[in-house]
Ligand binder design. Structure first.
Ligand code: ZN
Length: 436
């Protein structure tokens, strides 16, 4: 278009020159000046044309670059199409649904698979897919919590539901991993967000698993301020509306209890992580808590400072929560209160290896740890029905709080990398507390 305009301008200028040349010989000088002026205009027009050609070239390059980045995504879309096509006929979903029908209560993981299959077969607006993801989210517990919550939240978001996907669930693009691991054990006083990137060689020497994670994602719930416990209910309704929430202030009157509880914990390689809310030790299968003879597998244990449970209105320096699950999926938490006193040898081992900053699990194959070392000899306890004390605050969790505390030194208390990670005590709402 611009080229055509230029040609017209040129033709006009030549015509003008001719006109002036032939008919206005007297005004020759003037005509020359007019032609020079027109020539200048033509030059400017040509420059403009060159500039716009450059712009087109830049735009074309940008388009090429965009196509290159789209190629891997196209591949992923093709893979997903292949999976969808393979199961679109439905028999797989029917098989799974009839298989799962026999189970009265599906595990979180099975609810998630059911949601995923329904979404693949019936599309993202299938309400039964949303239903399965919702159930999984409600049931997600301490044992498998983060992965399950992420899967359920991503599933619901994909189904167009208004759900906030936790920042921790962000999918890392391949190749973007940074090596992160435990921090300097001496650095425990540091804030949880402090960087604890250490040399890979040092980690290898300790036989640690140095897989990755970005510890800088913003937490979406916490213990203070805009993300504090009184705001948890916005994103996790049970935390706000639940009627059997933990922790409790344990005070009389008590009901005489006849429940027998025994711990049979075994030593195993130390696997621990800083999940941004606490230090958690994941336990190798084999350790059990027997409640009236029914075995409950010890999944993990973790710490709160100060203790979440109060006894007669007073918290202890800290508490350890040992989290168990039985074959029916029922959770049981054994609480061991820590009071300031002598150094605790078990905690010494843990603190020496605990990651000071948030990150993935570290496995210390060369450190054997028996959680039984953290228990008092006496096993009298208070007991009540409660909930997880962190989002999603799932209810149906039996608590056993041992009456006898164990010691922890003042240095060990300050060595715990969280200054305050205790949910306030919750209304008892008529719940009985047994004393046994
Ligand atoms: Zn806890």
């Amino acid at each position: 278009m611009k080229r055509t305009l230029l040609e017209i301008v040129l033709v006009l200028s030549l015509a003008a020159a001719g006109y002036f040349g032939w008919t206005n010989l007297q005004k020759g000088k003037l005509a020359t000046a007019e032609i020079a002026a027109i020539q200048t205009k033509v030059d400017v027009a040509e420059e403009l044309l060159k500039d716009s050609e450059k712009e087109v070239e830049t735009a074309e390059n940008a388009l090429d670059a965009l196509e290159e980045t789209l190629d891997p995504l196209k591949e992923k879309a093709l893979e997903l199409d292949a999976v969808k096509a393979a199961i679109a006929n439905g028999p797989l979903l029917q098989d799974v649904e009839s298989l799962y029908k026999k189970d009265k209560k599906l595990s979180v993981e099975r609810q998630l698979s059911l949601g995923a299959l329904r979404m693949l077969v019936n599309g993202s607006d299938d309400p039964s897919a949303t239903d399965a993801f919702n159930k999984a989210l409600q049931m997600a517990d301490w044992g498998s919590r983060k992965n399950s919550i992420c899967a359920a939240q991503i599933g619901l978001a994909a189904a167009g539901q208004k759900v906030k996907v936790m920042s921790e669930c962000a999918v890392q693009p391949p190749g973007s991993e940074a090596i992160a691991s435990h921090g300097d054990p001496k650095a425990h006083g540091a804030a949880p967000a402090a960087s604890a990137h250490s040399s890979p060689a040092g980690d290898k020497a300790h036989g640690k698993d140095v897989k990755t994670a970005d510890a800088h994602a913003a937490p979406h719930w916490g213990y203070e301020g805009a993300m504090g416990p009184d705001k948890w209910g916005k994103e996790f309704p049970t935390c706000g509306k639940g009627q059997s929430q933990s922790p409790l202030n344990i005070k009389s009157p008590f009901v005489k209890g006849r429940i027998s509880v025994t711990a049979d914990y075994k030593a195993g390689p130390l696997r621990m992580l800083n999940n941004g809310h606490t230090i958690q030790v994941n336990v190798t299968p084999g350790s059990k808590l027997r409640i009236d003879g029914v075995p409950h597998d010890l999944l993990q244990f973790h710490f709160h400072r100060p203790s979440e449970e109060h006894i007669d209105g007073k918290p202890s320096a800290m508490v350890i929560h040992f989290v168990h699950k039985n074959a029916a999926g029922k959770l049981a938490v054994l609480g061991v209160l820590l009071k300031e006193g002598n150094e605790n040898p078990g905690i010494k081992t843990l603190w020496a290896n605990a990651p000071a900053a948030e990150g993935p699990e570290v496995v210390l194959d060369d450190v054997s740890f028996n959680p039984g070392n953290l228990l008092p000899r006496e096993f009298d306890f208070f007991s009540y029905e409660g909930s997880l004390t962190t989002p999603p605050c799932t209810e149906g969790v039996r608590f056993f709080i041992l009456k006898t505390p164990v010691n922890i030194s003042r240095e060990q208390i300050s060595g715990f990398p969280f200054k305050m990670n205790a949910r306030p005590v919750q209304p008892q709402n008529g719940r009985m507390i047994t004393s046994g």
